[in-house]
Design a protein around this ligand. Structure first.
Ligand SMILES: Nc1ncnc2c1ncn2[C@@H]1O[C@H](COP(=O)(O)OP(=O)(O)OP(=O)(O)O)[C@@H](O)[C@H]1O
Length: 119
């Protein structure tokens, strides 16, 4: 297979990964709903270009963290479904990564939207 076709094919697998995440993961659907609310708010409040970019980057980071978290959880479950302290730590670390971006996203949302709402 030529390198260009191979490269194009790898997008197919990546898109499949995104589809699987939104189709089967409840947390991903929560992130999707949150993103839709943010986008609606942006239109409603006529936010600036830089605020659009910031919120879209945060949405992308949260989705990325959630997909990596899901992948790590699935891999951990394949390693063992038995109670295992190390697997527990791996899953806690992975979901901690998601929580971090969510906390920062909420703080950024307050900083971004507050001036539009009270100004
Ligand atoms: N095999 C295991 N051994 C030890 N602790 C585990 C194990 N599986 C899960 N845990 C603990 O339970 C927590 C929740 O794990 P779980 O796999 O249920 O993820 P979750 O948070 O329910 O994610 P999701 O809702 O996406 O499935 C982990 O963060 C970890 O502390």
């Amino acid at each position: 297979m030529n390198p260009f076709k191979k490269h194009l094919n790898s997008y197919k697998y990546s898109v499949n990964g995104i589809w699987l995440a939104f189709r089967y993961e409840a947390n991903m659907r929560f992130h999707l709903a949150a993103a839709l609310i943010v986008i609606l708010l942006n239109f409603q409040l006529h936010v600036s270009k830089i605020d659009w970019i910031t919120t879209l980057i945060l949405i992308g980071l949260a989705w990325m963290a959630e997909i990596f978290n899901t992948a790590i959880e699935k891999l951990a479950d394949r390693v063992t479904k038995e109670q295992d302290p190390l697997i527990g730590k791996v899953k806690d670390l992975s979901s901690g990564g998601v929580l971090i971006i969510c906390i920062f996203a909420v703080v950024c949302a307050v900083i971004i939207y507050l001036p539009y709402l009270v100004g």
